[in-house]
Design a protein around this ligand. Sequence first.
Ligand SMILES: [Cu+2]
Length: 407
Amino acid sequence: MTQLPDLGRALASRRSILRGSLVAAGAAALGAGAAQVQARVPHGPMPMLPRVPERLLQAEAEVISKAPPVDLSGYTRVKQDLVAPPFAPVHDQVATGGPKIIEITLETTEKLMTIDPDTGAEIWALTYNGSVPGPLIIAHEGDYVEVTLRNPVDSVFEHNIDFHSSTGALGGGGLTHVFPGEETVLRWKATKPGVFTYHCAPGGEMIPYHVCHGMNGTVMVLPRDGLKDGKGNPLRYDEIAYIGEQDYYLPRNEDGSFKKYAVAGDDYADSLEAMRTLVPTHSVFNGAVGALTGDKALRSKVGSTVLMIHNQANRDTRPHLIGGHGNYVWEAGSFNDAPATNLETWLIRGGSSGAAMYTFEQPGVYAYVNHNLIEAVLLGATAHFVVEGEWNNALMEQVVKPYSFAT
Ligand SMILES: [Cu+2]
């Protein structure tokens, strides 16, 4: 089960090659952070990564060293300032000018987050730039994304990043392992238009542990001439609602309350045990129960077209906009394929992002839910859109208000 990521990690990691035999050297060589975690795991040592033969490491290093340099002439460098979800960075829907090298920075922040204010349930979240999901990254087909991945000195864990939108080296996961106090830079070409998940994948059991502690997000690669319907007509949106659905598996005390931990990583063994049940204690949008309801509800107006981007890095889900529809839905995420039209509910496969476009026609409150309604209502997977505008009786009218017919 763990051989593929571990092998790839060791094969592709320049740094592990430089360090000699990272995977064989035990906790000390895994870095101070991992060593701290190992010391705190009550049920025995963290599973060690299998040793990769030195000849394979050397062969891979040789292949990398022989690769010719890429010609980046003709590319313009731009910085993309990433923003916290549910918002999107400033971008053009239709590309202007030639291809670009889009520079972004992601910091692997570990932080204590309350995920349900009603119960006080909390988790030492593992994040990109401090949010769950990580920020939305937007490029156009043919651009490069150049990511600086920075792991703060005070982190506990090693992190990396696997972009499903990229090609090679486990989505870049094999080239981006950073220990606390390290940073690395990876550049990958956006060859396929669509919405794609990205996530941390340090190796072995750390992969689901990091993903289920919030370390995932979306890259959107737009076609250079923008989105289109199935007939070649342009589709444009007025706003983006970026929603990440996160399944959490919180360990419980004997009385059923959720356990609390002093520092990141202390929950490691308990969390793995909870994760093995495959039954989440929470399934929430944007990190916490109520993160997109009440005062934090998404806001729009009649006539506005919203592109709803939905990420789920670990588990299938089925978004539904109660009171509206998916007018155009890229269910599997590829913008090379014609969107499905007029869907009531759509499926986001675990390990992917999808996008749905809708133009509001009525004012009021719309609930955007995972239409497994148990998850929506009992586990937290509910968001609200509050839409302003004029009511249209031609679409819906309350002909008779509820009244008692019994007397
Ligand atoms: Cu991580």
